[in-house]
Design a binder for this molecule. Sequence first.
Ligand SMILES: Nc1ncnc2c1ncn2[C@@H]1O[C@H](COP(=O)(O)OP(=O)(O)OP(=O)(O)O)[C@@H](O)[C@H]1O
Ligand SMILES: [Mg+2]
Length: 294
Amino acid sequence: MANALELTAVSKRYGQTSALDGVDLTAEQGQTIAVLGPNGAGKSTLLSIALGLLPPTSGTAAILGHPPVEALRKGLVGVLLQESGLLEDVRVDELVTATAGMYQKPMPVERALRAARADGFAAQRIGKLSGGQRQRVRIALALIGDPRLLVLDEPTVGLDVDGRRALWQEVRARTGEGRTAVFATHYLTEADDYADRVILLAKGKVVADGPVEKIKELVGGSEVHVTLDAAEVGVLQALPGVRQVRVEGGAAVLRTNDSDATLRALFATFADARDVRTAGTDLESAFVSLTGGN
Ligand SMILES: Nc1ncnc2c1ncn2[C@@H]1O[C@H](COP(=O)(O)OP(=O)(O)OP(=O)(O)O)[C@@H](O)[C@H]1O
Ligand SMILES: [Mg+2]
C-alpha cells in the first residue's frame, strides 16, 4: 500500500532564511498526524511543499505514490490552507457545488456543508460571513471531494466549540475508514486529543516525531511530590523508576519513568511518606523543552 504522504530530504530556502532543512516524513494511510511548532517553524512550508503548491529547493514529495500535483488533479487530496481567500460574491452552497464539480467522486454538497457546520448559512453570500463562518466554508471545501488525504493548516483557528467538535468528529470518522489526515496546529490539546502521531518542527527541522506519549517521554516521565520527615536522597534515588531527585524543604520531588513502581516502593520504604501527588509531563512542557521555548 502506498504511503499517504512521503517527503524525502526536503529543504526550502528563501534567500538567507532556511524555512525547511532536510525534512523526511512518511505518513501511512489511516494516520492522523499533527504538525506542531512555534510561529515560523516551517509548518505551512512543509504542508505546501507536500501538496506541490510550493517547489522545494531540494528533496521530493509524493502523495499516495503520485507526484503531489497529480494527486491533487486526481482529487485524492482535500486542502485547507492558512488564510486562503474565498470568492466573495457567490453563495456558500454555490461555491461548494462548483468545487464538487471539479472532483470525480465528491460527497453530496449537503453532507459536506453539514460536516463543516456550514449548513445553517448555505444560502448566504460569502462576503457577508463572519471569520469563523468562512473557516467552516474552507472546511466544507476541503471535505467536498471525499479525499483520501486531508491536509489542514490550522483548521480550527476562529472556530467555536461546535465547529471544532464537528471537524474532529469528521476527521475521526474518515481516518477510521483508513483515510489520512495531516494538520498543523498551535493547540497542543488538539494534538493530544486527536493525533496518533505528532511531528514537532523547530527552525525548519523535525525535532521530535512519534505518538504523543513518546513525545512526552522524551522530556521525561512524570513527577512524584512527597513530604518526608527525613528525605534521604540516596535512598530515594535508588527507588524503582526514579531518574532524578530534588529536595525542596521537607518535600522531595522524584522524576520517574514508572510512577506506579516508584509509589509502591516509596510507601513500603518510608512509613512517614505523606501529601503525595503525581503530575505527568504534559505536551506543553515537552513542546517548550524540545522547540527551545519559543
Ligand atoms: N514567501 C516567503 N518569503 C520569504 N520567507 C518566507 C516566505 N514564506 C515563509 N517564509 C519564512 O519561512 C519560515 C517558515 O514559515 P512558515 O510559514 O512555514 O511557518 P509556520 O510554522 O507555518 O508558522 P505559523 O505558525 O506562523 O503559521 C519563516 O521564517 C518565514 O519567515
Ligand atoms: Mg503556518
